[in-house]
Design a protein around this ligand. Structure first.
Ligand code: BG6
Length: 791
């Protein structure tokens, strides 16, 4: 039984759509709404409220409705759950309480739960709808299926609807889908093809709830209404940059299984922020009501976008994310997720109008505030005589303020130094009473402010557009694929990049500030650097060499060449001091390619180095013959030892080959080396240990996850590397941390992400072995070149 509420007025305000869409949209009759996943989270939070709103607005329209909440559970279990949700719907302020109560009662009577699991269930539903239509003598207007389901279920459900639940007799079918629509171009294409075998494109309504936000929906009308002001300035000569920002304070607890596969770029930038970007930059359509024209003009933006390259993005991850991943998935302790929870991307549009204008898209979880806006910041060449401190006096800007943040309502703000905007739309009003709030550098009294007369929920707006068949508020298959074509190469190039770790909330400080440098962007502040002034006068010895702190130890930083000069000088100074004190200098050296430049410097510039009193030890060795090119000793010999006058007896390669075999525990190579150290080195305390750090943060041959912290008191151990040759012999933390001085040398752009990460992580030698380097009585100094430090 349907409650038929007859219409007084039929027009469905179908602003959008072509002739066919409009005709369909306006066909009145009975509408069956089916929310598949009707007791789920989204349905509970937004959808039922949206459909109730629709019902309230449509009561006088001539349509009648029935509502079904569908789900996998049997009806007896799910019906009470559904009704609990339905009872919570509410009316807008302008509806009198008695009328609201009546409408709610009607709505509840129109709604019911149906189990929708098998093809049979869908067939039963179709039969039920047809039977009721017949009994009531109603014409069917259409069927609206809202798939509030995980994306993997779409194809199957679409197939079932197509096979057994399509309306007949010219009534429409509309199927609403929520993102994710794939996770890259290929998967989106695949999904589109699969859905296309059940549904026609015009039957699919892909939701991006941002398009339902009142301010977002107003961008195009605003641009049209204010054309006479905007036409002269909406171009590269006047626009400094465009920013589209969505900041959130929440974390992603409870959503990890989805989020970890997805990350912020797929979750927010590829869809919400991209949609806003296209609305801001697309050519204005002749007819705003034409869905076809609007979607076509949007599509053109994609074809003018310059490809996004890796250095046009920075990514971050809030610190607690890893723990949540571990808690919510079955990943092992050592698993490291690189999924970004923050991203800033710089895009450019290759069109004469916008050439060179930076378009920034930024979003993140666990930031300092919840706010969403798009800002067009204009160039400003005004000199303010009485305001010398502000370089540009007051900013000239237009802000589309989506909501949240310090302004409690959505609004369009135009700084008063631009123009006074017009609005032909009776649904918007100008705000003239201002509170003490500041929006993006300007007190609100410095703006002309427009706000909707009544705030409406995005989902309610979109639901009414679905019924009206206004397709321009939805994502077409072509636009979806164009967006993925833009984002997929960037996502691919970022795979494997280490996100910058940020603490979350206000503590992020300036850590996530972005710097635009031509076509590239980067983080503005790199690792924490304490200036010489802050260090209390400990100054640099040359303007190219800087001293600071890194992981609360001392740090020396410079360009590679100056850094080598400095490190070589520091080693010589340590050598001379040790020889003065005890007649001998014990130096333990690492292998790898990083120290080669140092070896050259020592060999070619340090002729007064006390080599004759120096003993050279190995920090670690690969289990290959010493004559092998891969042997650390081989490298040291070739690049240093053979060029200096060092007694043969002072050289101590590691005994990796004994009894004509390599690193066999029973051969006792490690204890042998340990014995040699104990015998020759006073207290087994090297005067100087030179270490490097690998990309996985291993140091010496102490690798992540291999329980390197548990080697106890032994000084030398056999270890395993994840890369070939796997077997290694290495000094342990026990040996390293007895040293008087330890230098950690890190060089090259490739180590930048590592350094950034190390600047944030806590000590955890199992995960980040280098954090286990903590000389007990000695001094640790990081030598980091600018490439590694600044990227
Ligand atoms: C959703 C994202 O699409 O948008 C969420 O999946 C995000 O991660 C949300 O929190 C933000 O929407 P709003 O309307 O609160 O800005």
């Amino acid at each position: 039984m349907f409650v038929t509420v007859l219409l007084l007025l039929v027009t469905l305000c179908a602003q959008g759509g072509n002739g066919l869409e409009r005709a369909e949209a306006q066909r009145s009759g009975h509408v069956s709404v089916v929310i598949v996943g009707g007791t789920g989270d989204l349905a509970k939070k937004y959808l039922w409220q949206g459909f109730f709103q629709l019902y309230v607005n449509q009561v006088r329209s001539g349509n009648s409705f029935s509502f079904y909440g569908g789900g996998l559970s049997p009806a007896d279990a799910a019906t009470p759950v559904l009704f609990e949700i339905l009872k919570a719907v509410s009316c807008s302020k302008d509806v009198a309480p008695e009328r609201c109560a009546l409408l709610k009662e009607q709505f509840l009577r129109l709604a019911r739960y149906r189990q929708l699991k098998t093809l049979e269930d869908y067939r039963d539903l179709a039969e039920h709808i047809e039977r009721e239509l017949q009994q009531e003598g109603m014409t069917e207007a259409g069927r609206l299926f809202y798939l509030s389901l995980p994306a993997f279920a779409y194809v199957d459900v679409a197939d079932k609807i197509n096979n057994s639940c399509r309306p007949t007799g010219g009534a429409w079918l509309r199927v609403v889908l929520e993102k994710p629509f794939g996770h890259d171009f290929r998967s989106a294409q695949e999904l589109a093809t699969q859905l296309g075998s059940s549904l026609k494109d015009e039957e699919m309504y892909r939701i991006d709830h941002y398009l339902g936000k009142q301010v977002v929906a107003k961008i195009l009308p605003f641009r049209v209404e204010n054309r006479k002001f905007l036409d002269p300035i909406w171009n590269k000569h006047h626009i400094e940059r465009v920013e589209i920002v969505m900041k959130e304070t929440l974390d992603v607890k409870g959503r990890i299984s989805f989020y970890d596969q997805y990350g912020v770029i797929r979750d927010v930038l590829q869809n919400h922020l991209t949609e806003v970007m296209t609305l801001l930059t697309m050519r204005l359509p002749m007819n705003l009501s034409s869905s076809e024209e609007v979607l076509q003009k949007k599509l053109q933006v994609f074809s003018s976008m310059l490809p996004l390259r890796k250095n046009q993005a920075v990514v971050g991850q809030y610190q607690a994310y890893q723990t949540t991943v571990q808690q919510e998935t079955n990943k092992t302790k050592g698993h490291v997720s690189l999924t970004p929870t923050f991203a800033a991307v710089l895009a450019h549009i290759d069109e004469a109008q916008y050439e060179g204008v930076p378009v920034l898209m930024i979003s993140g979880k666990m930031l300092d505030e919840r706010v969403g806006y798009a800002r067009i910041l204009f160039k400003n060449d005004i000199f303010c005589l009485q305001n010398p401190s502000g370089v540009h006096c007051k900013p000239k800007q237009i802000v589309f303020y989506f909501g949240h943040g310090s302004l409690q309502y959505p609004a369009i703000l135009v700084s008063k130094n631009l123009f006074r905007p017009v609005s032909m739309d009776g649904d918007w009003k100008e705000v003239t009473e201002h509170t003490e709030v500041n929006i993006l550098g300007l007190p609100i009294s410095d703006y002309y402010v427009q706000t909707p007369t009544e705030q409406k929920e995005a989902y309610s707006q979109l639901i009414s557009h679905i019924l009206a068949g206004r397709k321009n508020s939805f994502i077409s298959a072509e636009n979806l694929l164009a967006s993925w074509a833009l984002w997929t190469p960037l996502l691919d190039s970022l795979a494997g990049s280490h996100p910058r770790i940020y603490p979350g909330g206000a503590d992020n400080g300036d850590l996530l500030d972005i710097r635009v440098n031509g076509k590239d962007i980067g983080y503005n502040s790199e690792v924490v650097i304490i200036s010489p002034e802050q260090m209390g006068g400990a100054s640099a010895n040359s303007f190219q060499v800087m001293q600071g702190k890194f992981r609360s130890a001392d740090m020396v930083s410079a360009w590679a060449e100056e850094l080598m000069e400095r490190l070589a000088a520091d080693i010589q100074e340590a050598a001379e001091a040790a020889v003065r004190e005890g007649g001998v200098f014990h130096l333990a050296i690492s292998g790898g390619s990083t120290p080669l430049a140092l070896f050259h410097r020592l060999a070619l510039h340090h002729f007064s180095f006390p080599w004759s009193h120096t003993h050279v030890w190995m920090v670690d060795e690969r289990c290959v013959p010493l004559t092998d090119l891969e042997s650390n000793f081989h490298g040291l010999h070739d690049h240093l030892l053979q060029h200096v006058r060092i007694p043969y007896f002072n050289i101590h390669p590691m005994p990796v080959q004994l009894n004509q075999r390599l690193c066999v525990e029973e051969d006792g190579g490690a204890p042998l080396y340990e014995k040699e150290i104990s015998k020759s080195v006073n207290g087994s305390s090297f005067h100087f240990v030179l270490l490097g750090v690998g990309y996985d943060s291993h140091t010496a041959s102490l690798f992540p996850g291999s329980k390197v912290g548990e080697l106890g008191e032994s000084l030398v151990a056999l270890t395993e590397s994840p890369v070939k040759p796997h077997q290694r012999m290495s000094l342990t933390f026990s040996a390293i941390n007895r040293a008087r001085a330890v230098a950690l040398l890190v060089m090259g752009k490739g180590k930048h992400e590592l350094i950034t990460q190390l600047s944030r992580v806590k000590d955890d030698p199992d995960k980040w072995p280098v954090t286990g380097v903590k000389p007990a009585d000695g001094r640790l100094v990081w030598y980091i070149d600018y490439d590694a430090l600044l990227g």
